[in-house]
Ligand binder design. Structure first.
Ligand code: ATP
Ligand code: MG
Length: 631
């Protein structure tokens, strides 16, 4: 391959000549230091290269080496608990190589070449395998089963396979294709980051991604495989909300991309996650997490690489059949990087200087989320030994006898930091076109210390109808109704507040005043949730339904009493109000406390003279259901 020469350096963009054979998105090594760059425009033999490292010191005439490869990530055991930069270089390895300050031009493999993994084959010699077939497993951090798959594009019969301790690049199996060619399989595979990894088919997402944050789960829920955006002005709580999801979401793998945000936010993750335990496994949370840190002090162009690297790693875990949640904080910083590069390329600017392709880039990123049926073994010939054995075992003649089916999902939550909190700006607007869930953070709420500052009027989730059957089956038959009523009361509060502002509280009927009172309780006793209180940061869905049911029951009783001639003031200082306000701190499974509270409410505001008995607030069916169960 011919070596090119730098012609011009403009910030992160380098123009090089003498690269006639170079390809779009080919990785190149730029300058004497061999900085990593990617070709983003070709004009004849002249290439425009975005350089993922600081470009100081580069000068015209210095060499540019093509590599013949696109920007790719290494996928295999060792990903979990890693902290990478945007190009999947482990930060620890870079630090060891260079001291406290990252130096440039270093290359360090994404996966350690020294680590040994105990490979347990799950197929034998002669087995038919194709892209996505699992040939064996290794244990990562003792509990996580890392499934070793045949990379996309290969199929054939296993010619040899060796279990035991291996490095990621050792050959663990060989595969003989139909044409007789033999391919070596390692624990590691590579994948170009800009290309979505293949799957068999997309499936409809139907299960919730449970986050334990009440305003999200009950009001604006996200699905496993769904996409959400969380826009908010400076300091409104984007990062805290995303950290909460990373900590609590019922996903098996979490990818966190710190894209262009302050370094201390990443430090918080690094400090906290090893100490926190994953509720599902009891292991440090970091062991199910991959962190990609591309903080504000790191090169701008690498933000794009970090986003693609993250989503590719997410897809890889999805392909194993896992539920993955990816968080990008913040996509605005990536968009700003696009704007900078596009400006330097002298492209025609679109809205507010962002490139015209901003929308399609964001869409292409979010579209890599979803629930999929993964690639897995498909027995092409029903007469093969395995297919016959499987068909016999399943006793159901049909397509499934000829494939191993598994599903996986990637859910994506992207934060957006619009300047001044302006939701009409291009990054928010283009993101809204593709996401189905919108958690709008309001600085006014944050100023009032109402956290999470998610605006209950402006936010939405388009997944409610799809979730309703799941809720009815796994949480409570009336959960959707409870949620809709509570949301309705909050919407009504907004209208009534307008009236109160104009003509005063006295203009409202007692029932309307009671509704205002109920709205306040929903806001304070349900929606407000302190991410830093151990007894408040996570609520199971059962508890969320239960809290709503208690608040609404209290409200209904007051309405009935008002109808029967009582005065609103009669219910002002009830002790049960305090108990209701503290109910969110009760343990999720403390059904006795919840039943007692329901009884106390019934006693404080009886429906009629004979109303001694109360209805237990927890649906009998759900009493034993724990969060995440049946998922
Ligand atoms: N759920 C919550 N519970 C308690 N406090 C919260 C919560 N959410 C946010 N906060 C408070 O708000 C502060 C700012 O939150 P955060 O850092 O998440 O904002 P941000 O939107 O990411 O800001 P930036 O735009 O600067 O990145 C936090 O340090 C915390 O004090
Ligand atoms: Mg932040």
């Amino acid at each position: 391959m011919t070596t090119g020469r730098i012609k011009k350096v403009a910030g992160p963009l380098v123009v090089a000549t003498g690269l006639p054979a170079a390809q779009m998105y080919e990785l190149v090594r730029v300058g004497e230091l061999g900085l990593v760059g990617e070709i983003i425009e070709m004009r004849g033999s002249e290439a425009s290269i975005q350089v993922y490292e600081e470009t100081q010191g580069l000068a015209p005439g210095q060499p540019v080496e093509p590599t013949g490869q696109p920007l790719s990530v290494e996928l295999g055991p060792g990903l979990l608990a890693s902290v990478y930069d945007g190009m999947q270089r482990p930060l620890a390895a870079l630090r060891d190589a260079a001291g406290a300050f990252l130096s440039r031009g270093l290359s360090s493999p994404g996966l350690s070449r020294e680590a040994l993994w105990d490979f347990k084959p799950s197929v034998g010699v002669g087995a038919w395998v194709n892209a996505g077939s699992i040939i064996g497993t290794v244990r990562e951090h003792e509990v996580f089963e890392h499934r070793i798959m045949v990379p996309p594009g290969l199929s054939g019969t296993i010619a040899s396979i060796t279990g035991g301790w291996h490095h990621v690049d050792d050959v663990v199996a060989t595969l003989q294709s139909r044409d007789g060619s033999v391919h070596e399989l390692t624990l590691l595979q590579r994948w170009p980051v800009r290309t979505a990894r293949p799957y068999r088919e997309r499936k409809l997402a139907t299960e919730p991604l449970i986050t334990g944050t009440r305003v999200i789960d009950s009001f604006f829920p996200l699905l496993k495989g769904g996409v959400a955006c969380i826009p908010g002005p400076f300091g409104a709580g984007k990062t805290v909300t995303q950290h909460q999801i990373a900590k609590w979401a019922n996903a098996q793998v979490v990818i966190f991309i710190g894209c262009g945000e302050r370094g201390n936010e990443m430090t918080d993750v690094l400090r906290e996650f090893p100490e926190l335990t994953d509720p599902a496994t009891g292991r440090p949370l970091l062991q199910r997490t991959v962190l990609i840190a591309n903080t504000s002090n790191m090169p701008v162009a690498a933000r794009e690489a970090s986003v693609y690297t993250g989503i590719t790693i997410a897809e890889y875990f999805r392909d194993m059949g896992y539920e993955v949640v990816l968080q990008a904080d913040s996509t605005s910083r990536w968009a700003e990087a696009m704007r900078e590069i596009s400006g330097r390329l002298e492209e025609m600017p679109g809205e507010e200087g962002y490139p015209a392709y901003l929308g399609s880039r964001l869409a292409a990123f979010y579209e890599r989320a979803g629930v999929v049926q993964c690639l897995s073994t498909e027995y092409p010939d029903p007469s093969t030994r395995e297919a016959a054995a499987r068909a016999a075992a399943l006793k159901t003649p049909g397509a499934d006898a000829y494939c191993d089916c598994r599903t996986g999902s990637v859910s994506v939550v992207g934060s957006v930091s619009p300047p001044g909190g302006d939701l009409s700006e291009p990054v928010v607007q283009n993101t809204l076109r593709v996401v189905k869930v919108f958690w709008a953070l309001q600085d006014t709420l944050a100023f009032q210390r109402h956290f999470p500052a998610i605006d209950w009027i402006g936010s939405y989730s388009l997944y409610l109808d799809r979730l309703e059957p799941w809720w009815a089956e796994h949480v409570a038959g009336d959960y959707r109704q409870l949620r809709d009523r509570a949301a309705g009361i909050l919407a009504r509060e907004q209208e009534l507040t307008e009236i109160v502002r104009l003509v005063g509280m006295d203009a409202l009927s007692p029932a309307e005043q009671a509704s205002m009172d109920c709205a306040r309780m929903i806001r304070e006793d349900f929606l407000q949730q302190n991410a830093f209180r151990d007894d408040d940061q996570f609520s199971s869905l059962t508890k969320q339904a239960c809290l709503l049911r208690l608040i609404l029951d209290f409200h209904d009783r007051i309405l009935a009493a008002l109808d029967a001639g009582a005065e609103l003031a009669d219910f002002d200082g009830l002790a049960v109000r305090d108990a209701l306000a503290r109910a969110k701190y009760l343990a999720d499974d403390d059904s006795t406390a919840f039943s007692d509270l329901a009884a106390a409410i019934a006693a404080a505001v009886p429906l009629n003279e004979t109303d001694g008995a109360h209805t237990p607030p927890i649906d009998a069916r759900t009493e034993t259901a724990q969060v995440g169960e049946g998922v």
